[in-house]
Write a protein of this length. Structure first.
Length: 89
């Protein structure tokens, strides 16, 4: 598996990649970002990325840039980014 860290998340995302948060430590089981990290799948829209940024703002257990793209096939059972964001709201 190849990991690419992107500094500019506003570029179009390839279809078969996951966009996830990258926790540093102390993940809480019911933390919304933890849910995104566990099950989010791409492609994410710019609006979804902005919502994730708002949720992650001020959380010290996450990196400054909480987005990492992982080259991995998306499982049919994975929840979409939008489904996870709907759960948060």
């Amino acid at each position: 598996m190849q990991i690419n860290i992107k500094s500019d998340v506003l570029q179009p995302l390839p279809i078969k990649r996951k966009i996830i948060g990258l926790p540093q430590k102390n993940m809480e089981f019911n933390d919304p970002l933890n849910l995104i990290w566990k099950a989010a799948s791409a492609p994410a829209t710019l609006e979804q990325i902005e919502t994730i940024k708002k949720v992650s703002k001020g959380r010290q257990q996450f990196c400054k840039n909480p987005f990492v793209l992982i080259d991995q096939a998306i499982s049919e059972n994975s929840k979409s980014i939008q489904e996870l964001l709907d759960e948060i709201e």
